[in-house]
Write a protein that binds this ligand. Structure first.
Ligand SMILES: Cc1ncc(COP(=O)(O)O)c(C=O)c1O
Length: 344
């Protein structure tokens, strides 16, 4: 089976792991601080705070705003990873689902209509593509979620440089994946900058406010940070390899009934997503041919809140994510071409 994700961990990762081991210091230390600097720089930010997951990063960013979290309505994309739902609820906030259009970006008219009723919004760049509304002014604070699109550029600026703060994930399969981990990045002299210090307090059990429900030991270990640093060092090359492969898929797909969801040249090319007449049937057919295709999102988040989001439901019915591996061999490429032409 050609897997949906296949992060490569070669000798460079083994060497990176030796650094904290040789120092005899595996909890948060030099590696975590270096990752904070490197990742913040790559996101076009002045500072970063490393934590144990992308979901924790989102939750802590929401808690860092202060005030009464229970009273807050937080806009989240309806067609996105379930971590956004969990993080919002873990911060004591009410998730308000924002629908998407056929291109899987937010439906701009609907989002603008909702915006004035929100206390904060998580704007996610979807599946390695770019979300133009990240560059827009919102009437509330914006958490820019770059977990799946880190390394992309929007309007000539790095993804992650737009919101009041940005969040990334270092989960193994992500573009900046090590094993587990996350980061909140911002600029100390901007409004979101004050959140960073609050998150530094909250990620550590000894300094976190005792009244907070989910604070305490959300730090990133040096072992995890070393792995993420090794990925970051090659993320540009991996992105370029996926972009080349995506261009080949574009040619192969022309002879099928499916069409790719449009992506920008400057995107992160994390996933290759196609629209097919029936996603479930297409996924079964591809798996029968040895290709581990997936739904980009298992369940639209709007189903959890009972809100009608027809764009997210349409995406669930039609969208399929194909393996887009940076190290795909020619033999695997040939199998992909045959499977695409037989099943799409
Ligand atoms: C867009 C997005 N944001 C946040 C997360 C959460 O990251 P993590 O898995 O590191 O908790 C994920 C993935 O799970 C994601 O896809």
């Amino acid at each position: 089976m050609i897997p949906h994700s296949r992060p490569v961990f070669d000798a460079a990762f083994a060497e990176a792991l030796q650094r904290p081991l040789a120092r005899g210091h595996v909890t948060a230390g030099k590696e975590a601080r270096a990752l904070e600097r490197e990742a913040a720089r790559a996101l076009g930010r002045g500072a970063g705070v490393a934590v144990d997951s992308g979901a924790s990063a989102l939750m802590l960013a929401l808690l860092a705003r202060g005030g009464d979290p229970g009273a807050r309505r937080v806009g989240i994309p309806a067609y996105a990873c379930r971590a956004l739902w969990h993080a919002t609820r873990a911060a004591g906030c009410e998730p308000v689902c924002m629908d998407c259009g056929p291109d899987l970006r937010l439906d701009a008219d609907k989002a603008r209509a909702l915006a004035s009723s929100l206390d904060a919004v998580i704007v996610a760049h979807p599946f390695g593509m770019l979300e133009p509304l990240a560059a827009e002014r919102w009437p509330c604070p914006v958490i820019e979620d770059a977990a799946q699109s880190a390394g992309g550029r929007l309007d000539g600026r790095p993804v992650g440089s737009f919101g009041d703060v940005a969040v990334v994930s270092f989960y193994a399969t992500k573009p900046w994946g090590g094993a587990y981990g996350g980061l909140v990045a911002g600029d100390e002299d901007e409004p979101g900058g004050s959140w960073l210090e609050a998150i530094r307090q909250m990620r550590c059990a000894d300094t976190a406010d005792a009244a907070l429900p989910h604070a305490g030991n959300h730090q990133l270990s040096d072992v995890h940070a070393a792995l993420a640093l090794a990925r970051l060092a090659r993320a540009g090359r991996e992105r370029a390899a996926r972009a080349d492969l995506a261009r080949r898929y574009d040619e192969w797909i022309e002879e099928t009934r499916a069409e790719p969801v449009p992506r920008e040249a400057e995107a992160a090319h994390f996933r290759y997503i196609v629209r097919a007449p029936d996603a479930g049937e297409t996924i079964r057919a591809l798996r029968d041919r040895g290709v581990d295709a997936r739904r980009p999102v298992e369940t639209p988040l709007s189903r959890f809140s009972g809100v009608d989001c027809p764009g997210a439901e349409d995406a669930w019915r039609h969208c399929v994510s194909l393996p887009l591996l940076a190290d795909m061999s020619e033999e695997e490429c040939e199998r992909m071409r045959e499977a695409m032409q037989a099943c799409l």
